[in-house]
Design a protein around this ligand. Sequence first.
Ligand SMILES: NC(=O)c1ccc[n+]([C@@H]2O[C@H](COP(=O)([O-])OP(=O)(O)OC[C@H]3O[C@@H](n4cnc5c(N)ncnc54)[C@H](OP(=O)(O)O)[C@@H]3O)[C@@H](O)[C@H]2O)c1
Length: 320
Amino acid sequence: MDKRVRWGIAGPGRMAATMAAEFAHSPSNQLVAVASRDHGRAMDFAAEHRIPTTYGSYAELCADRNIDAIFIATPHPQHADIALEAIANGKAVLVEKAFTDSVASSKRVISAARAAKVFCMEGVWTRFLPAVVKAREIIASGELGQVRAVQGDLTAFRTFDPADRLFDRAQGGGAMLDVGVYVLSFAQMFLGDPSSVHAVGGRLPNGVDGEFGLVLGYPDGRLATLQGGFTAQGPGRMMIACTNGWIDVLPRFHRASTIIVWRGKHAEELSFPSEGAGYFHELEHVAACLRDGLTESPIMPLRDTLIVQEIMQKALTQIP
Ligand SMILES: NC(=O)c1ccc[n+]([C@@H]2O[C@H](COP(=O)([O-])OP(=O)(O)OC[C@H]3O[C@@H](n4cnc5c(N)ncnc54)[C@H](OP(=O)(O)O)[C@@H]3O)[C@@H](O)[C@H]2O)c1
């Protein structure tokens, strides 16, 4: 019997297309359905990606008894309602980053998933890349000592277009929710939950945030300095500073394939072959969690999602 996890995609946009191609690299999963608000769009997407079942509404996808899990790839403000419907139907959910567009919405989804004992995870795929897994292992081994700081950026110039998802408030536009989530989730993974958040930045002509600088503080003096936005080009690198050395995560860190581990003056470069676009690692992780009967990922737990959402909300109130 085929034990693969049967997936449906909600929202046949750009990210959905990238993810659809990843199933070819993911032996534990199969993509069996896609839903759009418009049945024609679902059918076009299905034809392109050879998906057998199509729906003209997200509700029909959530009710499909032939599906185990739903990948939610709509803009962030639409994530919560679809996730709640999927959870109510007992489906596991992988929710694209940013998990939702507010702390309140994230809490609603997390509470519903926990109450229903349904698997739910934010799709922070970076945490599952072999290079990042290796960095975590090195830090956990203690050989570099204590992590004292994380420093990095995710910066990419984007031409302002108020109709584009990246800039349109109705579609969750703004740099914090799009790229801030990556730098914050990375820093939180290595430093834990900060006790203070300091943000500066600027807004674009329609009022959405276009660039930010963040300092996260910890009671014992540890810190993270992070930067991101759509107004400049930047490398997109990360550095984890420890008492006995440091790790450079080479650009672009959110899709990293190489880290450099510095022990004193000695640098060791560790590269990991890439396959597909790299998203299949998180798909395989979800399948393993479901096989093990888990309702949350130990690598990307919902508590981390909520902490990062809270930091983003706090930071956005500080950007004039
Ligand atoms: N992990 C990553 O590397 C990565 C990369 C890119 C994007 N993302 C995330 O994926 C999500 C989607 O981004 P995207 O770039 O794929 O967006 P997109 O190309 O605009 O596609 C979003 C899809 O959502 C559906 N949708 C449902 N309600 C909508 C609404 N009110 N307004 C607009 N579209 C709506 C649309 O499909 P129908 O109208 O056909 O239903 C649309 O095709 C975002 O949360 C984003 O952060 C993640």
